[in-house]
Write a protein that binds this ligand. Sequence first.
Ligand SMILES: Cc1ncc(COP(=O)(O)O)c(C=O)c1O
Length: 403
Amino acid sequence: MSVAQHLESIDSTMSSPHPSRMGHPAPSVTVPSAPPIYQSTAFDVPDLDVLEKIHSGELHGDIYTRDSNPNHTALAESIAVLEETEAGAVFASGMGALGSIFLTLASAGDHVILAKAIYGKTMQLAHRMQRLGISTSTFDATRPDELTSLITEKTRFVLVETVSNPLLEVSDIRAISNLLPSKIPLVVDSTFTTPELIKPCQLGASIVMHSASKYINGHGDVMLGLAAGSAVLMKRLNSTASVFGQNANPFESWLCQRGLKTLPLRMTQICRTTLELARSISGHPGVRRVYHPSLSDHVSHEIAQQLYPFGTGGILSIELAGNGVEVVNAFMRAAESIPFAPTLADARTTLSHPATTSHRFMSPEARAAVGIHDELVRLSVGLESFEQLQADLSAALDVIAGI
Ligand SMILES: Cc1ncc(COP(=O)(O)O)c(C=O)c1O
């Protein structure tokens, strides 16, 4: 079609749109510079021949957003490029991604191995899976050799996080994957680290997943999950997500795609600020201990140097010098500019208290056994300057130290 014919067809569309096309933008010789949001439940299919060709894969097209949508496809392709895998997949949340992974890879009678130090809701998901006949075992992901004795004929996958919450223990992904028989996939939750800092599938993992509600989106305004791996695995995860309704919303995918544009800049600054803060507050009298892998007393200091030359992200945990939740309350009230919010990876710095949020489902004794004391606070460092954060934190620590 020539441009003249095209413009003529635009005119005719605009002057008398068919009622079913009313409200649709008129065709244009230009395309939007930013991707549009395809906020549509379904897609109009011209005829049954095209429908068949879409189903067989001969033509690319979307039919129903629960199965596929251009915004999800674009984001799935982006995460696959960043993780250097064949394909990606998008879910309603990080838990949606994990739910789909469990339901796709394991069935009644099967067995799954998880890292001991894992996100609380992931542990709850594993417990719920027991109701479906899927048994679980746990191991210390900082000691890969513990894994070997746990593997059985029924083990269907192993799940670890790159860096644990809140004590930042680092999993040796390469060593874990080397220990696994090839038929047992390693699934890595890289929410804390993102492909800017590590690409688990390049170290032997079969699937990497993210709560994209965190750094990948990075602005604290999206709930989304992502996975990346082989095209075959991603197709299976997508199919499970469609059946169980774990699918995302196009607007969230669009927002997340926008957030991705600044991921490298954000992660570079966040890692640098976190490292400087960890060093600068370590000796403060208001601090009993700082947990950060860059510090030589951290259990994962050596492996972190090997796997994370640019840093482990923006999480930093501080055990306050004082007693119980009272000292935490005093610190929170004094650190006025740092809001308490049970999330992480917002553009602004936030504070959380693992004992009463992410780990409240554990008994005080169980928490103490893994080193999560009532005096522990977790900082998620944002994009403010190091100078401002150091001043605010030091002032709050001065208050609890009685300086
Ligand atoms: C490590 C980790 N994995 C998974 C999740 C779950 O993600 P979402 O909140 O997007 O469901 C979270 C949430 O905080 C997380 O921290």
